[in-house]
Design a protein around this ligand. Structure first.
Ligand code: B12
Length: 211
Protein backbone atom coordinates (compact mmCIF):
# COMPACT_ATOMS: atom_id res chain seq x y z
CA UNK A 1 0.00 0.00 0.00
CA UNK A 2 1.49 3.41 -0.90
CA UNK A 3 2.00 5.97 1.84
CA UNK A 4 -1.31 7.86 1.64
CA UNK A 5 -0.02 10.78 3.71
CA UNK A 6 1.96 11.49 0.54
CA UNK A 7 -1.36 11.94 -1.30
CA UNK A 8 -2.24 14.81 1.06
CA UNK A 9 1.12 16.46 0.33
CA UNK A 10 1.02 16.08 -3.45
CA UNK A 11 -2.56 17.43 -3.68
CA UNK A 12 -1.61 20.38 -1.49
CA UNK A 13 1.40 21.00 -3.75
CA UNK A 14 -0.74 20.71 -6.87
CA UNK A 15 1.20 17.74 -8.25
CA UNK A 16 -1.54 16.05 -10.33
CA UNK A 17 0.72 13.40 -11.82
CA UNK A 18 1.82 12.05 -8.44
CA UNK A 19 -1.71 12.37 -7.01
CA UNK A 20 -3.07 10.18 -9.80
CA UNK A 21 -0.22 7.65 -9.48
CA UNK A 22 -0.62 7.28 -5.68
CA UNK A 23 -4.41 7.00 -5.94
CA UNK A 24 -4.19 4.40 -8.67
CA UNK A 25 -1.72 2.31 -6.70
CA UNK A 26 -3.79 2.57 -3.51
CA UNK A 27 -6.97 1.49 -5.34
CA UNK A 28 -5.14 -1.36 -7.07
CA UNK A 29 -4.00 -2.53 -3.66
CA UNK A 30 -7.54 -2.49 -2.26
CA UNK A 31 -7.71 0.82 -0.36
CA UNK A 32 -11.23 2.02 0.50
CA UNK A 33 -12.15 4.87 -1.91
CA UNK A 34 -14.25 6.76 0.67
CA UNK A 35 -11.41 6.63 3.17
CA UNK A 36 -8.97 7.97 0.59
CA UNK A 37 -11.30 10.90 -0.05
CA UNK A 38 -12.24 11.67 3.56
CA UNK A 39 -8.91 11.05 5.28
CA UNK A 40 -6.44 12.38 2.73
CA UNK A 41 -8.01 14.37 -0.11
CA UNK A 42 -10.54 16.58 1.70
CA UNK A 43 -8.02 17.49 4.47
CA UNK A 44 -5.60 18.60 1.71
CA UNK A 45 -8.25 20.94 0.27
CA UNK A 46 -9.05 22.24 3.77
CA UNK A 47 -5.36 23.01 4.31
CA UNK A 48 -5.19 24.72 0.88
CA UNK A 49 -8.16 26.88 2.00
CA UNK A 50 -6.44 27.69 5.31
CA UNK A 51 -3.27 28.76 3.49
CA UNK A 52 -5.33 30.87 1.11
CA UNK A 53 -6.94 32.62 4.09
CA UNK A 54 -3.47 33.36 5.59
CA UNK A 55 -2.26 34.58 2.18
CA UNK A 56 0.33 31.82 1.94
CA UNK A 57 -1.57 30.53 -1.11
CA UNK A 58 -3.22 32.52 -3.88
CA UNK A 59 -5.75 31.54 -6.56
CA UNK A 60 -3.16 29.78 -8.81
CA UNK A 61 -2.14 27.47 -5.95
CA UNK A 62 -5.80 26.74 -5.16
CA UNK A 63 -6.38 25.94 -8.82
CA UNK A 64 -3.43 23.55 -8.93
CA UNK A 65 -4.54 21.80 -5.73
CA UNK A 66 -8.08 21.52 -7.12
CA UNK A 67 -6.73 20.09 -10.38
CA UNK A 68 -4.72 17.46 -8.49
CA UNK A 69 -7.77 16.55 -6.39
CA UNK A 70 -9.95 16.28 -9.49
CA UNK A 71 -7.41 14.02 -11.21
CA UNK A 72 -7.55 11.60 -8.28
CA UNK A 73 -11.32 11.85 -8.06
CA UNK A 74 -11.65 10.82 -11.71
CA UNK A 75 -10.28 7.43 -10.64
CA UNK A 76 -12.49 7.22 -7.57
CA UNK A 77 -15.81 8.46 -9.00
CA UNK A 78 -16.65 5.34 -11.02
CA UNK A 79 -16.18 3.24 -7.88
CA UNK A 80 -18.58 5.43 -5.91
CA UNK A 81 -21.09 5.44 -8.74
CA UNK A 82 -21.30 1.68 -9.41
CA UNK A 83 -24.99 0.84 -9.03
CA UNK A 84 -27.86 -1.47 -9.95
CA UNK A 85 -30.40 -1.03 -12.72
CA UNK A 86 -33.50 0.56 -11.27
CA UNK A 87 -33.14 4.19 -10.13
CA UNK A 88 -34.67 4.92 -6.71
CA UNK A 89 -35.35 8.53 -7.71
CA UNK A 90 -34.25 11.31 -10.00
CA UNK A 91 -32.00 14.12 -8.75
CA UNK A 92 -31.02 17.44 -10.28
CA UNK A 93 -27.81 18.82 -8.81
CA UNK A 94 -25.86 22.00 -9.42
CA UNK A 95 -23.65 24.66 -7.87
CA UNK A 96 -25.69 27.82 -7.56
CA UNK A 97 -25.37 31.01 -9.60
CA UNK A 98 -22.09 32.90 -9.18
CA UNK A 99 -20.23 29.92 -7.73
CA UNK A 100 -17.66 27.86 -9.62
CA UNK A 101 -16.70 25.33 -6.91
CA UNK A 102 -17.63 21.83 -8.04
CA UNK A 103 -15.44 19.27 -6.26
CA UNK A 104 -17.89 18.71 -3.39
CA UNK A 105 -20.90 18.83 -5.72
CA UNK A 106 -19.29 16.19 -7.95
CA UNK A 107 -18.68 13.96 -4.94
CA UNK A 108 -22.31 14.25 -3.84
CA UNK A 109 -23.42 13.44 -7.41
CA UNK A 110 -21.26 10.29 -7.44
CA UNK A 111 -22.48 9.15 -4.03
CA UNK A 112 -26.10 9.61 -5.09
CA UNK A 113 -25.46 7.66 -8.29
CA UNK A 114 -23.84 4.95 -6.18
CA UNK A 115 -26.93 5.04 -3.94
CA UNK A 116 -29.15 4.21 -6.91
CA UNK A 117 -30.36 7.67 -7.94
CA UNK A 118 -30.47 8.93 -11.51
CA UNK A 119 -28.44 12.14 -11.37
CA UNK A 120 -28.73 15.09 -13.74
CA UNK A 121 -25.74 17.34 -13.10
CA UNK A 122 -26.23 20.93 -14.29
CA UNK A 123 -22.65 21.92 -13.44
CA UNK A 124 -21.63 25.20 -11.82
CA UNK A 125 -22.93 28.77 -11.86
CA UNK A 126 -26.47 27.48 -12.42
CA UNK A 127 -29.15 30.16 -12.52
CA UNK A 128 -32.49 29.78 -10.73
CA UNK A 129 -34.14 29.90 -14.18
CA UNK A 130 -32.08 26.91 -15.32
CA UNK A 131 -33.08 24.92 -12.22
CA UNK A 132 -36.74 25.82 -12.79
CA UNK A 133 -36.61 24.90 -16.48
CA UNK A 134 -34.92 21.55 -15.76
CA UNK A 135 -37.34 20.69 -12.95
CA UNK A 136 -40.21 21.41 -15.32
CA UNK A 137 -38.71 19.30 -18.11
CA UNK A 138 -37.25 16.39 -16.15
CA UNK A 139 -39.64 16.10 -13.19
CA UNK A 140 -37.04 15.09 -10.55
CA UNK A 141 -37.88 13.99 -7.01
CA UNK A 142 -34.99 15.94 -5.54
CA UNK A 143 -33.02 19.13 -6.22
CA UNK A 144 -29.55 19.42 -4.64
CA UNK A 145 -27.94 22.85 -4.35
CA UNK A 146 -24.27 23.41 -3.53
CA UNK A 147 -22.58 26.69 -2.52
CA UNK A 148 -19.03 27.28 -1.26
CA UNK A 149 -19.04 31.06 -0.95
CA UNK A 150 -20.91 33.09 1.63
CA UNK A 151 -21.77 35.54 -1.17
CA UNK A 152 -23.47 32.82 -3.24
CA UNK A 153 -25.50 31.30 -0.38
CA UNK A 154 -28.37 33.74 -1.13
CA UNK A 155 -28.58 32.17 -4.63
CA UNK A 156 -29.90 29.07 -2.86
CA UNK A 157 -32.81 31.08 -1.50
CA UNK A 158 -33.37 32.74 -4.88
CA UNK A 159 -33.52 29.28 -6.47
CA UNK A 160 -36.03 27.96 -3.93
CA UNK A 161 -38.12 31.12 -4.34
CA UNK A 162 -38.03 30.70 -8.13
CA UNK A 163 -39.31 27.12 -7.76
CA UNK A 164 -42.14 28.47 -5.57
CA UNK A 165 -43.04 31.22 -8.07
CA UNK A 166 -43.09 28.65 -10.88
CA UNK A 167 -45.53 26.50 -8.85
CA UNK A 168 -43.01 23.63 -8.73
CA UNK A 169 -41.87 23.74 -5.11
CA UNK A 170 -44.41 21.15 -3.90
CA UNK A 171 -43.28 18.62 -6.51
CA UNK A 172 -39.67 18.37 -5.32
CA UNK A 173 -37.60 18.12 -2.15
CA UNK A 174 -34.65 20.48 -1.92
CA UNK A 175 -31.35 19.62 -0.20
CA UNK A 176 -28.57 22.13 0.37
CA UNK A 177 -24.90 21.81 1.29
CA UNK A 178 -21.41 23.27 0.97
CA UNK A 179 -18.78 24.43 3.46
CA UNK A 180 -20.48 27.68 4.65
CA UNK A 181 -24.01 26.21 4.64
CA UNK A 182 -25.65 25.20 7.94
CA UNK A 183 -28.78 23.44 9.16
CA UNK A 184 -30.04 26.81 10.39
CA UNK A 185 -29.55 28.36 6.92
CA UNK A 186 -31.38 25.45 5.32
CA UNK A 187 -34.37 26.11 7.61
CA UNK A 188 -34.28 29.87 7.01
CA UNK A 189 -34.47 29.53 3.23
CA UNK A 190 -37.12 26.80 3.27
CA UNK A 191 -34.98 23.83 2.13
CA UNK A 192 -36.05 20.31 3.11
CA UNK A 193 -32.66 19.21 4.36
CA UNK A 194 -28.98 19.97 4.86
CA UNK A 195 -26.01 17.62 4.54
CA UNK A 196 -22.48 18.37 5.70
CA UNK A 197 -20.62 15.70 3.72
CA UNK A 198 -20.78 13.18 0.91
CA UNK A 199 -21.33 10.20 3.20
CA UNK A 200 -24.50 11.85 4.60
CA UNK A 201 -25.97 12.54 1.15
CA UNK A 202 -27.57 9.17 0.36
CA UNK A 203 -29.28 8.55 3.75
CA UNK A 204 -30.42 12.19 3.74
CA UNK A 205 -31.84 11.94 0.21
CA UNK A 206 -33.66 8.71 1.10
CA UNK A 207 -35.07 10.11 4.33
CA UNK A 208 -36.44 13.34 2.82
CA UNK A 209 -38.06 11.37 0.02
CA UNK A 210 -39.66 8.97 2.51
CA UNK A 211 -41.40 11.88 4.32
C1 B12 B 1 -10.56 24.47 -4.47
C2 B12 B 1 -11.07 25.85 -4.12
C3 B12 B 1 -11.24 26.77 -5.16
C4 B12 B 1 -11.05 26.38 -6.65
C5 B12 B 1 -12.34 25.60 -7.09
C6 B12 B 1 -12.04 24.56 -8.15
C7 B12 B 1 -13.24 23.67 -8.38
N1 B12 B 1 -13.31 23.17 -9.61
O1 B12 B 1 -14.08 23.42 -7.52
C8 B12 B 1 -10.90 27.78 -7.30
C9 B12 B 1 -9.44 28.14 -7.40
C10 B12 B 1 -11.55 27.93 -8.69
C11 B12 B 1 -11.55 28.70 -6.27
C12 B12 B 1 -11.96 29.98 -6.55
C13 B12 B 1 -12.41 30.86 -5.57
N2 B12 B 1 -12.46 30.63 -4.24
CO1 B12 B 1 -12.23 28.88 -3.43
N3 B12 B 1 -11.76 27.39 -2.41
C14 B12 B 1 -11.35 26.20 -2.76
C15 B12 B 1 -11.09 25.34 -1.48
C16 B12 B 1 -9.59 25.40 -1.17
C17 B12 B 1 -11.52 23.90 -1.49
C18 B12 B 1 -12.99 23.64 -1.84
C19 B12 B 1 -13.16 22.14 -2.04
O2 B12 B 1 -13.15 21.66 -3.16
N4 B12 B 1 -13.24 21.38 -0.92
C20 B12 B 1 -13.32 19.92 -0.95
C21 B12 B 1 -14.79 19.47 -1.14
C22 B12 B 1 -14.87 17.94 -1.16
O3 B12 B 1 -15.52 19.94 -0.03
P1 B12 B 1 -16.86 20.81 -0.18
O4 B12 B 1 -16.89 21.53 -1.48
O5 B12 B 1 -17.08 21.58 1.08
O6 B12 B 1 -18.01 19.71 -0.29
C23 B12 B 1 -18.35 18.83 0.76
C24 B12 B 1 -19.45 19.36 1.71
O7 B12 B 1 -19.47 20.78 1.81
C25 B12 B 1 -20.71 18.78 1.20
N5 B12 B 1 -21.48 19.43 0.12
C26 B12 B 1 -21.08 20.28 -0.85
N6 B12 B 1 -22.11 20.60 -1.64
C27 B12 B 1 -23.19 19.93 -1.20
C28 B12 B 1 -24.51 19.88 -1.66
C29 B12 B 1 -25.44 19.08 -0.99
C30 B12 B 1 -26.85 19.02 -1.47
C31 B12 B 1 -25.04 18.32 0.15
C32 B12 B 1 -26.03 17.48 0.85
C33 B12 B 1 -23.71 18.38 0.61
C34 B12 B 1 -22.81 19.17 -0.07
O8 B12 B 1 -20.28 17.50 0.74
C35 B12 B 1 -19.01 17.64 0.09
C36 B12 B 1 -18.27 16.35 0.20
O9 B12 B 1 -18.03 15.94 1.52
C37 B12 B 1 -11.95 26.16 -0.43
C38 B12 B 1 -11.53 25.98 1.03
C39 B12 B 1 -12.35 24.94 1.74
N7 B12 B 1 -11.73 24.22 2.64
O10 B12 B 1 -13.54 24.76 1.49
C40 B12 B 1 -11.82 27.58 -0.98
C41 B12 B 1 -12.89 28.62 -0.63
C42 B12 B 1 -14.28 28.01 -0.70
N8 B12 B 1 -12.73 29.59 -1.73
C43 B12 B 1 -12.84 30.81 -1.34
C44 B12 B 1 -12.74 31.96 -2.18
C45 B12 B 1 -12.78 33.30 -1.49
C46 B12 B 1 -12.62 31.83 -3.58
C47 B12 B 1 -12.55 32.98 -4.61
C48 B12 B 1 -13.51 34.15 -4.36
C49 B12 B 1 -11.07 33.43 -4.67
C50 B12 B 1 -10.79 34.63 -5.57
N9 B12 B 1 -10.36 35.71 -4.93
O11 B12 B 1 -10.96 34.57 -6.75
C51 B12 B 1 -12.86 32.24 -5.95
C52 B12 B 1 -14.37 32.24 -6.27
C53 B12 B 1 -14.67 31.70 -7.64
C54 B12 B 1 -16.18 31.50 -7.82
N10 B12 B 1 -16.88 32.46 -8.40
O12 B12 B 1 -16.71 30.48 -7.41
C55 B12 B 1 -13.14 30.90 0.16
C56 B12 B 1 -14.61 31.22 0.44
C57 B12 B 1 -14.77 32.17 1.61
C58 B12 B 1 -16.22 32.40 1.87
N11 B12 B 1 -16.63 32.04 3.07
O13 B12 B 1 -16.96 32.86 1.06
C59 B12 B 1 -12.64 29.50 0.67
C60 B12 B 1 -13.40 28.96 1.91
C61 B12 B 1 -11.13 29.65 0.97
C62 B12 B 1 -10.85 30.47 2.20
N12 B12 B 1 -10.61 29.83 3.32
O14 B12 B 1 -10.87 31.68 2.16
N13 B12 B 1 -11.59 28.08 -5.04
Amino acid sequence: MPDLTKLYEVILNGDSKSAIAITKQALDEGANPIEIVNQHMIPAMDEAGRRFECEEYFVPELLLAARAMKGSLELIRPLLAARGDKPVGRVIIGTVKGDLHDIGKNLIASMLEGGGFEVIDLGTDVSPEKFVQTVRERQPNLVCLSALLTVTMPSMKTTIDALKSAGLRDQVRVLVGGAPVTEQWAKEIGADGYGSNAAAAVPLARSVLAK
